[in-house]
Design a protein around this ligand. Structure first.
Ligand code: G3D
Ligand code: MG
Length: 181
């Protein structure tokens, strides 16, 4: 009998940073549930495990049509963890992520688990050297301000996705050792 706990996991960050692309990557081949709601939130469900610990992530991906100020209550409510995404090729998306995190903290408290993701790292090698990209060191320093792990990904080239969800699982298993399983 399945008795796995469900952990609401949010994807947050500016439009265009790659949230939906990351979700598509992780659910490829694993795909379980995909509900498109009229409010513009997609869900995907992903079973994860670590040692004897097992859980189900219910990953919420907000649609681009939802305005920021509409969000807090309905989207953030009861989340266990947030994956906060910026685009390494677009530094303003890192700055704006601060507002997302502040809003999340205001709604759910600063105790919520958080992982910072710098996505689109494939662009470091294709953009001209004059293009200002966020460096790994800058990404780590940003995440350290929130005491959060920093993971770099490319949804396009499927880099770092497993690592990201290993980290999600690790944080949840450590925070909720007795719930999963
Ligand atoms: P969002 O859900 O955060 O709004 P999307 O972002 O997943 O819709 O992605 C926005 C655009 O960025 C898409 O391009 C998508 O293909 C691209 N993208 C997402 N992840 C990556 C990545 O890792 N590398 C690169 N190079 N591009 C990425 P379009 O052109 O469809 O708008
Ligand atoms: Mg999207």
């Amino acid at each position: 009998m399945s008795n796995k706990a469900i952990f609401k996991t949010l994807l947050i960050g500016e439009g265009g940073v790659g949230k939906t692309s990351l979700l598509r990557r992780v659910t490829e081949g694993w795909f379980d549930v995909d509900l498109k709601l009229t409010v513009g939130v997609d869900f995907a469900r992903l079973d994860v495990s670590r040692g004897g610990w097992r859980g189900t992530l219910q990953i919420w991906d907000i649609g681009g049509q939802i305005r920021f100020r509409d969000l807090a209550v309905s989207y953030f409510a009861s989340a266990r963890l947030a994956i906060a995404v910026f685009d390494i090729s677009n530094p303003i998306t890192m700055t704006r992520l601060r507002d997302w995190i502040a809003s999340l903290y205001e709604s759910e408290g600063e105790d919520i688990l958080l992982i910072i993701v710098g996505n689109k790292i494939d662009l470091r090698k294709t953009l001209p050297p004059t293009h200002r990209c966020i460096t790994p060191e800058e990404g780590r320093a940003f995440a350290a301000e929130y005491n959060a792990p920093y993971i770099e990904t490319s949804a396009k080239e499927a880099i770092g996705i497993d690592l990201l969800f290993d980290e999600v699982t690790r944080l949840l298993a450590e925070r909720y050792p007795d719930i999963g399983g």
